[in-house]
Design a protein around this ligand. Structure first.
Ligand SMILES: [Zn+2]
Length: 231
């Protein structure tokens, strides 16, 4: 299995290639051309992708979903997230909702912070096996960043966790340093999901922002969070 990180304008997408390829997240609307070029460089056409998995419904993760679906790629999302996706509306806390209090953010992001509504093809209630999509792994509901977030657990040791955790902070380095995403709805839930993944042997965390995070850095961060809680 090979996981390629595609570094987009505000976020990462991951092309997971096993017997077939699935794409995890797809950036914002304005990432379309760069995303397509990146896929071409990796030797894959949009129509060859077995599925697009959306970790959650925020504009910087699901912006190209409607374009990929039109190219024939089935879209996988949790049933909770799918309701938002269908309305073209962001789940939970989002920079757009924060933007209504800070109008300059809304103006700065403008149209890129919106996304065309999409009707998900496959809904995840709790766990979905990816075997039918040619990949050894599963999609699991993992609330914390939003109530409808999912993670993609791959070959036991790697996971694409969306914004459950991120590298750096607000895009600031170091990109290898684990952090909570500033717009998560429930940090302690997010932390317990990450702890559970470490306990089940996950060593590499493919996150929505920053670099792929490694077990030793994640463990150090978990320890500091748990110590902080006790104080
Ligand atoms: Zn997010």
């Amino acid at each position: 299995m090979k996981i390629n990180r595609i570094s987009l304008k505000f976020s990462n997408a991951f092309l997971v290639s096993d017997r077939r390829s699935v794409l995890v997240d797809c950036g914002c609307q304005s990432d379309r051309i760069f995303l397509e070029q990146s896929l071409t460089r990796l030797g894959i056409r949009p129509q060859d992708i077995a599925a697009l998995i959306l970790t959650h419904v925020h504009f910087d993760h699901c912006g190209c979903a409607s374009y990929l679906q039109a190219a024939g790629v089935p879209v996988i999302a949790s049933s909770v997230a799918a309701k938002f996706l269908q309305q073209g509306e962001q789940e939970g806390k989002s920079i757009l909702k924060a933007g209504s209090k800070l109008p300059f953010i809304g103006r700065m992001l403008g149209e890129q912070a919106r996304f065309p509504p999409v009707h998900a093809d496959v809904l995840v209630e709790s766990v979905l096996d990816l075997g039918d999509f040619g990949v050894e792994g599963e999609v699991r509901v993992s609330a914390g960043h939003t109530a409808g977030s999912v993670s993609v657990m791959l070959d036991k040791k790697q996971a694409c966790v969306g914004d459950l955790m991120m590298g750096g902070y607000l895009g600031l380095p170091p990109a290898w340093q684990p952090n909570f995403h500033p717009l998560s709805s429930d940090n302690s839930e997010a932390l317990s999901q990450i702890i559970a993944m470490r306990e089940s042997g996950t060593e590499k965390f493919c996150v929505g922002h920053g670099e792929v995070l490694l077990a030793r850095d994640v463990d150090r961060w978990i320890d500091s969070q748990l110590k902080g809680k006790k104080r």
